[in-house]
Design a protein around this ligand. Structure first.
Ligand code: AMP
Ligand code: ZN
Length: 695
């Protein structure tokens, strides 16, 4: 293969990986750390440029993180921008990785040039990981508290902040004038742990917990959370006498009863020393009673700020340093291959147990064999492990300097490790094509019964395993044929539990087409695709009839879902030709038809349930793009509601997008929306469109 051909193959593989990981990210189950995702995108961009790929065909994705909600919204007098960041993945014009110290020096030099000074004192503060808040005081009394929102306007949370009892309601000794203080609402770790222990469903982490709490409509009880604030900035003032340096402003705030981290700040006129301080701060991080995700380096002299200006995204008076995620070295003992519900073979790293970000890790997914090869992972290697989104363990890289002579390359299997069937390759993935493969049968039934699919009460994984092993169940319809006596004969199952499972099965019969389709574990048909198919075809019969036409090569059918012209949209959002082929060929297969017929025989509903679609005029037929994490509505929940109301949700912004739902710290999707003149709304407005449904 020539160089160009090889680059094209790599580009295509990268594109597939990026799409895959973006979908995982959007579904709230990221599998790789953001930094690694960025690396994939960087490499993609590099190759795309090298190959001269047409801009309209290039992937354009940058998942942002932001939020907003259904509260009274007000405009910020001074926008609440995000901070420019020092980034480990930044490269200089020749493509060389740029050390952080060079990045900071460059930033520092630009500021000095702008100001025409040789010496410029800096101050370094911890960057607390909470939610930003704007506090307006008049004659020393708190008037209003507002969230960052989308940076231009935020939500009024005055009642909630007052109720906390920890944020200064009054600035002691200030009797005149007006000012706006910016700060961070955060949940001290000990208070968070104490509060969380009282909840049935624990909150994921203090930051999200804090955001959720502050968006409670009814503030009663918020004083029990222990949420506090750090104040760190005065955005504007009118008739208040303020000191002229950041250092002194922090002290001024503290003297007037505001909580600040004045004991934690560092002053220097050297960029290098500022960076050293940031890097060394990590050792203190674990001893703090609050989460910090980095440090902020600011120019200390406030009188210079008006001359510094800002870009549309960042003020020029400061830059943020982010801590790298915790990364631990351990030994890769072995690589196992697991078989998933649709037959996908996934390499899994078996690790010498290692403690990372709060838990012991001994297994980590290696995603796919292409990635395995790209990272050149070998058995016996020392590998570095970290957690994606602080949750899912990852092998991020191999420490090649530690590679021993005996380290073994892993050869992707040619046959399924469970049933021995010869594998098939599709794009970057490897599959066992045998639908009767024991691992697949088990995984499919587990999936069918699971909460995301048919949600069969009482039928958990352990019971599914028994039903397969002891009762010989092989396909979903057979589950519904089980009698109470059959179930009661299983280990640790009394008549009572068996009756509960039977009742669970009865109830599940009415879940509707979308869940049935999702439950079948058809390749490329996850929750979203299942919902889209169900919404369009309405019944299994219509869908199967269509699949048959498609499989026979009926051009009209193909054009309907996968238009030849890539600028046209098919009736199913974001469905590419290759994926459509795979989905409809599988749907048209005798195996799938048999299962669906079997389900009909046992009385499982195979049409859209009325409750699944309840069109809302303002939303029906409109295309939405969501960006970031929403505090009250999970991204999946927001998507579900939009779809239930008859709208579509797309992953990227185009002229055809009707609304972009954006929040704080908006990413490139917002820029794109603005440049295309697409309407940007926040969560509050979305909820309003949906008919003012409260949380
Ligand atoms: P980012 O959202 O990552 O761009 O960072 C900007 C945010 O950092 C601000 O909106 C604040 O909420 C937060 N932050 C935390 N600590 C500080 C600090 N010491 N100075 C400025 N911003 C801070
Ligand atoms: Zn197999």
């Amino acid at each position: 293969m020539g160089g160009r051909a090889r680059a094209e193959v790599e580009l295509e593989q990268l594109a597939q990986q990026i799409r895959y990981h973006e979908a995982a990210y959007r579904a709230g189950v990221p599998e790789i750390p953001d930094s690694e995702f960025d690396d994939l995108v960087d490499r993609y961009q590099e190759l795309a440029e090298q190959l001269g790929v047409d801009p309209s065909e290039r992937l354009d994705l940058q998942p942002g993180a932001e939020h907003t909600v259904g509260f009274e919204t007000v405009a910020h007098r001074v926008p609440m921008l995000s901070l420019e960041k020092l980034s480990p993945s930044r490269r200089d014009s020749s493509g060389q990785a740029m050390p952080l110290v060079d990045q900071l020096n460059a930033w520092f030099r630009r500021r000095k040039n702008e100001l025409e000074v040789d010496e410029l004192p800096l101050i370094v503060e911890p960057k607390v990981d909470g939610i930003s808040v704007s506090l307006t005081y008049a004659r020393g009394k708190l008037q209003r508290a507002v969230t960052r929102g989308d940076g231009q306007k935020g939500d009024v949370i005055t009642k909630q902040v007052r109720q906390l009892g920890t944020v200064a309601l009054e600035l002691e000794g200030v009797r005149k004038g007006e000012l706006e203080i910016r700060g961070e609402l955060y949940w001290p770790l000990s208070d968070f742990a104490r509060y969380n222990a009282t909840l049935e469903k624990p909150l994921i982490n203090p930051r999200n917990g804090c955001a959720g709490m502050m968006k409670r409509k009814d503030p009663a009880g918020l004083e029990e959370t222990g949420i506090r604030s750090f104040l760190y900035h005065v955005a504007w003032d009118d008739g208040v006498e303020l000191p002229s340096t950041q250092r002194d402003v922090l002290e001024w705030l503290a003297d007037r009863g505001g909580e600040v981290y004045s004991s934690e700040v560092f002053q220097t006129s050297s960029a290098k020393k500022a960076l050293d301080y940031c890097e060394n701060y990590q050792t203190r991080r674990s001893k703090l009673n609050y989460d910090i995700d980095g440090m902020v380096i600011k120019i200390d002299d406030l009188t210079l700020y008006p001359r510094l200006g800002a870009t549309g995204h960042h003020p020029h008076w400061g830059i943020a340093y982010k801590f790298p995620p915790e990364r631990k070295a351990t030994k890769l003992l072995d690589i196992e291959v697991s078989v998933g519900k649709s037959g996908k073979l996934t390499p899994v790293a078996i690790l010498e147990p290692v403690f990372v970000s709060g838990t012991t890790v001994s297994r980590a997914s290696l995603h796919n064999f292409v990635e395995l090869e790209r990272k050149d992972v070998r058995i016996g290697d020392t590998v570095l492990v970290e957690k994606a989104g602080e949750i899912i363990p990852q092998v991020v890289e191999v420490d090649k300097s530690q590679r021993k002579r005996g380290a073994r390359r892993f050869v992707p299997p040619h046959a399924c490790p469970t049933c021995g069937t010869e594998v098939v390759r599709e794009e970057i993935f490897v599959y066992c094509p045998n639908p009767a493969c024991p691992d697949q049968v088990r995984e499919r039934l587990r999936h069918f019964a699971s909460r995301q699919a048919m949600d069969i009460d009482g039928l958990g994984e352990v019971l599914v395993d028994q039903v397969v092993d002891k009762l010989g169940v092989r396909s979903p319809d057979e589950l519904f044929r089980l009698e109470v006596d059959d179930l009661a004969s299983l280990e640790r199952m009394g008549t009572k539990s068996a009756e509960r499972v039977k009742a669970g099965l009865e109830e599940a019969k009415g879940r509707g087409l979308a869940r049935v389709l999702n439950g079948l574990a058809i390749r490329h048909v996850g929750e979203t695709m299942a919902e889209d198919l169900a919404a369009y075809f309405k019944t299994a019969d219509a869908l199967l009839a269509f699949a048959e036409r498609y499989a026979k090569g009926d051009e009209e059918a193909i054009e309907l879902v996968a238009p030849a012209k890539s600028s046209d949209r098919g009736v199913i959002e974001g469905l590419a030709r290759k994926t459509a082929d795979s989905i409809f060929l599988e749907l048209a297969s005798p195996a799938v038809r048999k299962v669906l017929d079997g389900l009909a025989d046992v009385g499982v509903s195979r049409s859209v349930q009325a409750a699944e679609v309840r069109e809302v005029a303002a939303v029906a037929g409109k295309t939405f793009v969501l960006t970031g994490t929403l505090p009250t509505l999970k991204r999946t929940e927001a998507t579900k509601r939009i779809k239930a109301a008859g709208g579509k949700v797309s992953g990227s912004v185009s002229k055809k997008t009707d609304y972009v739902v954006a929040g704080a710290d908006p990413g490139s999707k917002l820029d794109k929306a603005q440049s295309l003149g697409v309407t940007v709304i926040d969560e509050a407005e979305l909820l309003e469109l949906l008919g003012g449904q409260a949380e």
